[in-house]
Write a protein that binds this ligand. Structure first.
Ligand code: MG
Length: 416
């Protein structure tokens, strides 16, 4: 077999609208996702797909700079690529973990295409055909155009969850909090659980709570069927301290996002469930490797979502399909999007799950018309500051936060 070497790397920023702006503890997704779509082309004519986020910003230039490192690189040499662009000490200056992830996706896509096998077959083989997802509920501003979509009150949250369940079949529900005062979010979470008896729930305030509020919140939800309590407070030390007071499994996607931190967590036992993110960890393969450590050390594993279009979603599906110890429904922002750039339209949920692609490579292809359309939208409206709230100009949170949004205020801020 002749070498399949990298000849070109193309990166295209796109903006795809969300149904409504999604609030989180640091700011918001301003009614859209900005993603950089990556195409790696080989000298023998294969094109592999990757995708990267970037907190509302375009990552095009960073990928263009990497062609000098990777031109002529054999896409099968994945470990060599890691050291070529992610040397651990050089990474102190130029951390390319997330760029590496997008390139790893594309290389795996090419390897799969060339061998005629799906990516899951390159990763040990799938142990499940479908990956289950949670509803991933956010507090939202209304969309400024339609004036619809606000989620701020318990009643609005319950209605939103019911609508998503009816459409996609979710039976696990995640509330993203850290926006309103803890007492208000507790009322919302309890109303949600009460509205869907027998189903599973998780609450994630993105580390915004102080220890006392996290203890009070945790004790007040012990009668609910919680999968876990996700990043209630910041830091491994404080998460560990919380466990002395609240008998709930603790999950994180913030303080265990690399192997150094995973080793430390094994030593100190702070976190029980590690949410693996194919971008944050630098690729699908590092996630599978981390899942193996978790299996050995008795830690739970789930799939994290850092915001995705269909290419990244495919990486989450392949990863989720090969990890035997995946014990929870995966997270995805995907159903909050109004469209996608992949051929055939957005991947569909059936009974709260998405089928794992079985065609060669990642199993998704670009819809060139949509790529062009959403690239044009990016050019028109630009990026957005992920760590700013359009409804609270000048605001930023402390950790722990003490500057909550007002649950009595119904806002529909402009988004540009
Ligand atoms: Mg989280």
């Amino acid at each position: 077999m002749s070498a399949t070497t990298i000849a070109a790397i193309r990166a295209t920023p796109v903006t795809v609208p969300l149904e409504a702006p999604l609030l989180h503890s640091n700011g918001a997704h301003w009614g859209r996702f900005v993603r950089t779509i990556v195409e790696v082309e080989t000298a023998d004519g294969y094109v592999g797909l990757g995708e990267m986020g970037g907190g509302g910003e375009d990552a095009t230039r960073a990928f263009a700079n990497l062609l000098a490192y990777l031109r002529g690189h054999d896409v099968f040499s994945l470990e060599k690529m890691r050291f070529a662009i992610c040397n651990p000490t050089a990474s102190l200056y130029n951390n390319r973990t997330q760029l590496h992830a997008a390139l790893e996706f594309a290389c795996l896509d090419i390897i799969g295409q060339k061998l005629g096998v799906p990516v899951h077959a390159l990763l040990g083989g799938k142990v499940r055909d479908r990956v289950e997802f949670a509803s991933y509920l956010f507090f939202r501003y209304a969309d400024p155009a339609s004036c619809e979509g606000e989620v701020r009150t318990p009643g609005q949250l319950v209605a939103h969850a019911a609508a998503l369940k009816a459409k996609h079949g979710f039976t696990a529900h995640k509330l993203k909090g850290g926006v309103y005062p803890p007492q208000h979010e507790l009322a919302c979470y309890r109303a949600l659980a009460q509205s869907l008896p027998g189903e599973r729930f998780r609450y994630d305030p993105n580390s915004a709570l102080c220890l006392a509020d996290a203890i009070a919140f945790g004790k007040a939800i012990l009668d609910i069927r919680n999968d876990y309590f996700e990043d209630p407070v910041w830091g491994m030390s404080q998460l560990k301290r919380l466990k002395d007071f609240v008998p709930l499994p603790i999950a994180t996607n913030t303080v265990v996002v690399n192997f150094e931190q995973l080793a430390e967590n094994v030593r100190n036992g702070a976190v029980d469930v590690i949410l693996l993110d194919t971008t944050f960890w630098g690729g699908i393969r590092p996630c599978v490797k981390a899942a193996g450590v978790c299996e050995t050390m008795g830690l739970g594993v789930a799939v994290h979502s850092s915001g995705e279009l269909g290419i990244q979603l495919a990486t989450m599906l392949h990863m989720g399909s090969v990890v035997p110890n995946l014990g929870y429904a995966a997270d995805a922002h995907y159903h909050h999007l109004v469209d996608d750039v992949i051929a055939g339209g957005p991947l569909r949920y059936e009974g709260g799950a998405i089928r794992v692609p079985d065609t060669p490579g990642l199993g998704v292809a670009l819809d060139r018309d949509k790529l062009a359309r959403y690239h044009e939208l990016f050019r028109e409206v630009g990026g957005y500051p992920y760590d700013r709230d359009p409804g609270r100009p000048g605001w930023y949170p402390l950790v722990p936060n003490e500057r909550w949004a007002d649950p009595g205020a119904s806002l529909t801020p402009a988004l540009r």
